[in-house]
Write a protein that binds this ligand. Structure first.
Ligand SMILES: C[S@@+](CC[C@H](N)C(=O)[O-])C[C@H]1O[C@@H](n2cnc3c(N)ncnc32)[C@H](O)[C@@H]1O
Length: 243
């Protein structure tokens, strides 16, 4: 997959892309990243990228022209490419959006700053507006990183163990079961004995029960929307009877 990020602050991405899973994916050629400095597309000796808002008011607005020229500089690798604007006013990004984006060949992410980008960019060039939550950040760069990270780990080959993302929280609409590693006893707290039993069927059922229990306690809204098997429904009925 190719990811092109349009930003006024490309330096923010250096360590993010140089470490761990993303760095390995880039090295393996599974991810190609383009960092496009919007400022280099601003005309004039001072390369001005922002201006005062029409109608008055506080703050500055990102000018349309440099963003538009930066977008035009991005080579489209296929028809399956999408221009995304990071904005608190967009659709909330979640795991199911991440899966949809992971099926594409190219994402072009526009990071806003100041009071945001001139509205005409949204009207004329943007396919999708995404927010990473109901709060206001100073810039779209953190949002772009969240999307790049969440989408990349769904691309085959990016994570070491294939399928290790399939049991993560939200994959089947539920939160993941609790995880333990060595030592068996830590500060007097023991790992649940079923996990040491070697009985795969018992472990599977324990994990499913924990996943349902945890989701019911923390995110009952997810349980209501999840596609549950007959076994899940029976486990839930047991859990509710115990309450
Ligand atoms: C200070 S914000 C602008 C907020 C804008 N004036 C508003 O009220 O909708 C500057 C930039 O940060 C980014 N941003 C802020 N909050 C965000 C969020 N929750 N999700 C995604 N991007 C966000 C956007 O790119 C935005 O253009």
């Amino acid at each position: 997959m190719r990811l092109d990020i349009l930003t006024l602050f490309p330096g923010i991405f250096s360590s993010f892309l140089a470490e761990s899973i993303l760095a390995r994916a880039i090295k393996k050629g599974l991810l190609e990243i383009g960092l496009i400095d919007i400022r280099s597309f601003a005309p004039g000796p001072h390369r001005v990228t922002d201006d005062r808002p029409y109608g008055g008011g506080s703050g500055m607005v990102m000018k349309a022209e440099p963003v538009c020229r930066a977008l035009e500089s991005v080579v489209r690798v296929s028809e399956k490419s999408l221009v995304i604007l990071l904005t608190p006013q967009g659709q909330t990004f979640n795991q199911s959006v991440a899966w949809k984006l992971a099926q594409l060949d190219q994402l072009i992410l526009i990071c806003g700053r100041y009071e945001g980008v001139d509205e005409r960019i949204r009207e004329g060039w943007v396919d999708l507006e995404l927010s990473i939550g109901d709060y206001v950040l100073s810039g779209g760069e953190l949002g772009a990183m969240v999307i790049v990270d969440a989408v990349s780990r769904l691309i085959p080959g990016v994570l070491g163990g294939e399928g290790s993302n399939l049991e993560d929280s939200f994959q089947d609409g539920l939160l993941e079961y609790p995880q333990y590693t060595r030592p068996r006893v830590f500060e007097g707290m023991e790992v649940p004995s079923v996990l040491l039993s070697g009985d795969h069927e018992k472990i599977r059922r324990w994990r499913r029960t924990q996943s349902l229990k945890r989701t019911l306690e923390r995110r009952p809204d997810l349980v209501e929307k999840a596609e549950l098997s007959d076994e899940d429904k029976a486990i839930l009925a047991e859990l509710k009877a115990r309450e």
